[in-house]
Design a protein around this ligand. Sequence first.
Ligand SMILES: [Zn+2]
Length: 258
Amino acid sequence: MHLRAPDESIAHTVAAVERFVETAAERGIDEIGFTEHVYYFEQTRQLWSMPYHLERCAYDIEPYVDAVLEAKRRGHPVKLGIEVDYEPGLEKETAQALEPYPWDYVLGSIHFLDGLAIDQEPSLVDSLGEQAAWSRYYETLARASRSGLFDSLAHPDIVKFFGLEIDWDWGAVAGSLNGVALEVSSAGLHKPHGKLYPNADLLAAGREQGLPITLASDAHVPQNVGRDLDRAIEHARAAGYETVTVFEQREPRQEPLG
Ligand SMILES: [Zn+2]
C-alpha cells in the first residue's frame, strides 16, 4: 500500500502508518507492507525522463523509510517495501538508488513504456494496438524479472487497462518471468476495467511454472486497507495456490493463504 493521509496526500509519518495498521487490525489482516512509488523520492531523480515522474519527484526518502521502521520498532506488523518503475537500461542506477535502505521487498512495475502511459490516456494500446502493445509490455516485464531488482511484479497484466483482453500465450509469459512472484491484487476491481490482477489464465500459468505470489489491495488511503482481499485470495485459490509469499529483508517464505 501507499503511505498516504485519508485524503490521499503524501503522509510519510508514523502516525500515517498507524492509521493503516489500525484498519488492518480491524479487518483481521496479520501484516501489511508499504510500497510507496519510488518516483516520489528525489533520491531517484536521475532515473526519470517522463514529466509524470519528474513532477512528482519532490520528497525525501528518509522520512518514508524512518516512518515504517519506527512503526516496526513500536511492534506493528508492517513491512518496508517500495514500488519501483522498471526503467530498461537503468538497472544499475536503480539498484544504486535502492541500495542504502533495508527493504523487506521490492515490487517491480511498468506504468510507462517508450514514453507512453499504460494506465493513462493516450495509452500504449491506443498508439500501438493491443497486439504490439502487449508484446512490448510482456517482453519488458520479462526483462524486468531478469534484472534481479524485484521480488514481486505489481499488477503484472496492467496492459489490459483500457483495452480488450486478447488471446495470449500465458505459459510463455509465466515461463519468462524468472521465478519472480506475481502480485495478486484486488485494486483492479476499482479501476474502469473492474478486473482482478492478474487474469485467471496468467495466474494458472504462473502456478504451473511454480511462480510464487504476493497479495495486495494496493490501498492509497487507510480506509482501503485490505479492500476485497478475500476476492484476491479466492482468485489465487482458484488457480491452485495454497500459500502466499511473505518477505523479510528480501528473504521469502511461504505462509498459508488467508
Ligand atoms: Zn502500480
